[in-house]
Write a protein that binds this ligand. Structure first.
Ligand SMILES: [Ca+2]
Ligand SMILES: [Ca+2]
Length: 314
């Protein structure tokens, strides 16, 4: 989503909303999509409930191959070699559990090409931060994050250290992989220390259907409401919604003694393509129709920070 937003960043501040009607959604009906277990194909029989949807994973002792098949773990798909006491840990299925927050763990990347996997048992909507600092040796650490099926989420290369944040979009396992960064062409090995911490729950949802509702104050209000938010990690996006009335103008004012985030604005009619992106201390939008306006706040530099804004209607 980020590249699309930045490409549109030169659009004017004042923009006109499209026409259309409000989209309403019914109440959620909680049910267990894994009962009965719909996962019956081959060895992909482990069912997990992800946000109300069933997801089929490879059963214990097997590893997902690019072909989609679950293969029993062998030295061919999970290399074994000498090294530190955590070996073998070169694949997801042999990840070592990170159970204690803020506890520094010492390991090494050795021999050349070593991968070290770790597992964090994540809680829905909680943000985690992983830091890897190299010790003696010439290691330039790279940290990759994968979800429970091994789908890549994010990565960070760093010197002197690599720090990466991610949000658990489901309760379950997340995997951390440490390796020597390919950005450094040398065949480095070396010691490193790794620690992770929980940064708490993300304060605002990441999509239009999880947006926080903002009721704007009347323009000129003497004590307008402050709306607080945090970008807990660099890639966080916080969504807000405002019910707007045709002909009214809405002004969003950021406090400049905090970080001013980038803003992308959408209508209920198209929550994929922003009609406006900008980064400014204020934004004014006039509604051409009565609809829902969505605002997505993020850091174009992928930097965490906190922000405060006020919303007015004229
Ligand atoms: Ca390893
Ligand atoms: Ca947030």
């Amino acid at each position: 989503m980020r590249p699309l937003l930045s490409r549109l960043s030169l659009l004017p501040l004042a923009a006109v909303l499209g026409t259309g009607c409000l989209v309403s959604t019914g109440p959620d009906t909680p049910k267990d999509p894994c009962s009965p277990n719909p996962c019956t194909q081959g060895d992909k029989t482990l069912c997990v409930n992800e946000d109300g949807n069933a997801r089929c994973l490879c059963k214990q002792g097997t590893v997902l191959r690019p072909s989609g098949v679950c293969e029993p773990i062998t030295t061919a798909n999970c290399p074994e070699h000498s090294g530190d006491s955590s070996e073998p840990d070169d694949c997801l299925s042999r990840a070592k559990v990170l159970a204690t927050e803020n506890a520094s763990r010492q390991q090494s990347i050795e021999p050349v090409g070593d991968y070290d996997f770790f597992r964090i048992d994540g809680t829905l909507n909680t943000v985690y931060s992983v830091t890897v600092e190299p010790g003696q040796g010439s290691l330039m650490p790279r940290v990759d994050i994968f979800d429970k099926e091994g789908l890549w989420i994010t990565s960070q290369d760093g010197r002197p250290k690599a720090q990466v944040g991610f949000k658990a979009r489901a309760t379950g396992a997340y995997y951390v992989r440490v390796s020597h960064s390919p950005m450094d062409a040398s065949a480095a090995t070396g010691l490193y220390s790794l620690a992770y911490s929980s940064l708490g729950q993300d304060d605002h949802g990441d999509a239009s259907d999880k947006a926080t509702t903002v009721v704007p104050d009347v323009g000129g209000a003497t004590s307008p409401v402050d709306h607080y938010g945090r970008l807990e990690y660099g890639q966080d996006v916080d969504w807000f919604s405002i019910a707007v009335t045709q002909g009214s103008t809405y002004r969003i004012e950021f406090r400049t003694d905090r970080a001013v985030p980038s803003l992308a604005a959408y209508t209920a009619q198209d929550v994929k393509t922003p009609f406006l992106t900008t980064r400014n201390s204020y934004v004014e939008i006039t509604a051409a129709s009565t609809t829902t306006l969505y605002l997505a706040l993020y850091s174009a530099q992928s930097e965490p920070g906190s922000y405060v804004f006020q919303a007015f209607r004229y």
